[in-house]
Design a protein around this ligand. Structure first.
Ligand SMILES: Nc1nc2c(ncn2[C@@H]2O[C@H](COP(=O)(O)OP(=O)(O)OP(=O)(O)O)[C@@H](O)[C@H]2O)c(=O)[nH]1
Ligand SMILES: [Mg+2]
Length: 495
C-alpha cells in the first residue's frame, strides 16, 4: 500500500519536474504541485482518486499541448495569383507587395502563379486553363488561400470559388482581413466591420462558399471572427448591421470631434504624419516623443510590417518655448487601398484633414518611392487634404547615403534617418518655419486689468522678456500673425 502511495508520489514528482522543462506546461505545473502537496495529508482512497484523476488529466493535457503545437505550426498557406495585363513594369512589384500583405496577414506564401493576358477573363479573371492549374497546385501543396492580385468581380469570385478547393480572396479582401486582425480600438473594429460588410454585400454567394472553407480550414485563420458568423448573415441582416455600425460610429465621431475642438481651443497647431505604409511614420513619432516629451509610455508601436498602425495617436510635442504642436500618427496608405476602407476610416483620418501641416514620410530607399508618393497624393486628394502645407521627410536615407551626410535639407524636403535623433532639430525648425511663418515680434505694454492677455501671451507666444512697469506689464513676444493683430493696440509705440 505504502509502495503504491510512494510510487504515485514519485510519478507525480516526475511529472511535476518534467513540466518545468516544457514551457507550455507552466500553468499545469501548479496543478501537479498542488496534487503532490495534497497527498500526504489525504486518506488512501483520496490519494488513489487523485492519482487516477491525474492520469486522466495528463492525457487531456497532452492532447491539448499537441493540438496547440499543431495550431501554431500550421500557418495558413497562400497561393498568389497575378494577371499581367500590359506587361506593366509595376506588375512584379505589385506581386511582391501582395506577398508582404499575405505575410502581414500571418500567411506563408507557398507558391505564385502568373499569366500574361491582354484583358481579364470576365468569368474567371484568369484564363480558364489556369484555373485547373490553380486547383492542382492547391491539392499538391495543401493551399488554404488563393489570393488574386486585383479586385475580383462578384461573379468572378463565385465562379472561381466553385472550381477551387481553397478560400478565394482578392487584394481588397486581404487588406480588410489584415485590418480586421489588427484593429484594437473599438472605433477601428467598428470601422473594419463596416468596410468588410460593405465589401461582402454584393459578393454574398461566392463569399459564403469561401467562408465555409475558411471555417473548415485548420490554422490561425480558421475559427476567428469572419467564419461562421458571417455565413449565417443574410443580406438584410448585413444591411441592418451596417446601419447600426454607422450610428455607433457617428457617436464615436461626435466624441472625437469634441476632443479635437478641445485641442483646437488650446491654440496649438496640429501636425499629422502621413505616408505609405512602413515608411517610418511611427518611428519618427517615437523619436519626437523621446526627445520632446520624454515619457516612454507615450511611445507607439513601430515595426517592419505593413499596416503596423491602424489607430490614430496624438501627442503633444512641447520643445519648451510655447511653439509646441500636436503630432498625430495614423494608418498608412497603400496602392489600391479599398475605397470602403478610406470611407470607413474617414473619422480616424480626420486628424489628417484638419491638420495645419503634414509631414509626409517617404521611404526614399525603396526604388518605388515615387509611385508611393503618388499614391499618398491621390489618397490625400480623396480625403480632401491635398492643399495642406507639407514637409517631405525623405526617411531611411541611411540606406542610400552615408549617415555623416544626414540630415540634409533641400527646400521643404529633409533627408534623414528616423532611427536616430540627429535630424530632429532640423526637422523641428522646418516645422516651426511652416507653422509660424507669419509670426511677428512685438513689444506690448499690457495694462494690469488685462491679466488675461498677459497669460494668453505667456501660454501661446514665445515671450523673451517681461517687465513690470508702472503702467502695465511690458512683454516682448514672438507671436502668431493673428495674435499680433489682435493685440496691436497694446504695442509700445516704438516697437
Ligand atoms: N534603416 C531605417 N529603418 C527605418 C527608418 N525608419 C523606420 N525604419 C524601420 O522601418 C520599419 C517600419 O517603421 P514604422 O515606423 O512602423 O513604419 P510606419 O510608417 O509607421 O508603418 P505603418 O504603421 O505600417 O504604416 C521599422 O522596422 C523601422 O525600424 C530609417 O530611417 N532607417
Ligand atoms: Mg505606424
Amino acid at each position: 500500500m505504502y509502495l503504491a502511495e510512494a510510487m504515485g508520489r514519485s510519478a507525480l514528482v516526475l511529472l511535476w519536474m518534467r513540466s518545468f522543462f516544457v514551457p507550455e506546461n507552466a500553468e499545469k505545473c501548479d496543478f501537479f504541485k498542488e496534487l503532490i502537496q495534497g497527498m500526504p495529508g489525504a486518506g488512501r482512497r483520496e490519494q488513489h482518486n487523485l492519482c487516477a484523476r491525474l492520469a486522466g488529466r495528463r492525457e487531456i493535457y497532452m492532447e491539448e499541448i499537441r493540438m496547440e503545437r499543431e495550431q501554431e505550426e500550421k500557418t495558413a498557406r497562400a497561393l498568389l495569383v497575378g494577371v499581367n495585363l500590359e506587361s506593366g513594369k509595376d506588375f512584379e512589384h505589385g506581386m511582391e507587395e501582395l506577398g508582404s500583405l499575405a505575410e502581414a496577414c500571418e500567411m506563408e506564401v507557398a507558391a505564385v502563379l502568373t499569366q500574361n493576358l491582354p484583358a481579364p477573363n470576365p468569368a474567371f479573371y484568369i484564363g480558364s486553363g489556369k484555373v485547373k492549374e490553380i486547383q492542382e497546385t492547391v491539392e499538391l501543396m495543401g493551399i488554404d488561400f488563393v489570393i488574386f492580385g486585383d479586385t475580383l468581380s462578384p461573379s468572378q469570385l463565385k465562379n472561381l470559388q466553385k472550381e477551387i478547393d481553397a478560400s478565394v480572396m482578392d487584394r481588397t479582401n486581404l487588406i480588410l482581413e489584415i485590418f480586421r486582425k489588427r484593429a484594437r480600438t473599438r472605433e477601428a473594429r467598428l470601422q473594419v466591420e463596416s468596410a468588410n460588410l460593405q465589401y461582402m454585400l454584393p459578393r454574398l454567394v461566392g463569399m459564403r462558399e469561401s467562408l465555409g472553407r475558411q471555417a473548415g480550414a485548420s490554422g490561425s485563420m480558421s475559427n476567428k471572427g469572419t467564419g461562421e458568423k458571417q455565413i449565417e448573415l443574410d443580406r438584410r441582416k448585413i444591411e441592418k448591421r451596417i446601419g447600426e455600425l454607422r450610428r455607433e460610429l457617428e457617436n464615436i465621431e461626435h466624441d472625437r470631434n469634441i476632443q479635437r475642438r478641445r485641442r483646437e481651443r488650446s491654440v496649438l497647431p496640429q501636425v499629422a504624419l502621413v505616408g505609405y505604409t512602413n515608411a517610418g511614420k511611427s518611428t519618427l513619432m517615437n523619436r519626437m516623443v523621446e526627445k520632446y516629451v520624454g515619457r516612454e509610455e507615450k511611445l507607439v508601436t513601430a515595426k517592419d510590417m505593413l499596416f503596423a498602425t491602424l489607430d490614430t495617436t496624438v501627442r503633444k510635442i512641447e520643445p519648451g518655448d510655447n511653439k509646441g504642436f500636436f503630432l498625430s500618427d495614423t494608418v498608412g496608405f497603400i496602392s489600391k487601398l479599398p475605397h470602403g476602407l478610406i470611407k470607413a476610416f474617414r473619422s480616424t483620418l480626420d486628424e489628417v484633414r484638419y491638420a495645419d501641416l503634414l509631414l509626409e514620410v517617404v521611404d526614399v530607399s525603396d526604388e518605388h518611392y515615387r509611385e508611393q508618393m503618388q499614391v499618398t497624393k491621390e489618397t490625400l486628394e480623396e480625403l480632401g487634404a491635398e492643399r495642406i502645407p507639407t514637409i517631405h521627410v525623405m526617411n531611411k536615407a541611411d540606406r542610400i547615403m552615408g549617415t555623416d551626410e544626414l540630415p540634409r535639407r533641400d527646400g521643404n524636403k529633409i533627408y534623414m534617418c528616423a532611427l536616430d535623433a540627429d535630424g530632429l532639430d532640423t526637422l523641428l525648425s522646418m516645422i516651426r518655419e511652416s507653422l509660424y511663418a507669419g509670426n511677428k515680434t512685438g513689444v506690448f505694454l499690457i495694462p494690469y486689468d488685462r491679466g488675461d492677455v498677459v497669460s494668453y501671451l505667456n501660454e501661446n507666444a514665445d515671450v523673451t522678456a517681461q517687465e513690470y512697469l508702472e503702467s502695465g506689464v511690458c512683454i516682448t513676444a514672438d507671436c502668431r500673425e493673428g495674435d499680433y493683430a489682435r493685440f496691436a493696440r497694446y504695442l509700445k509705440a516704438n516697437s
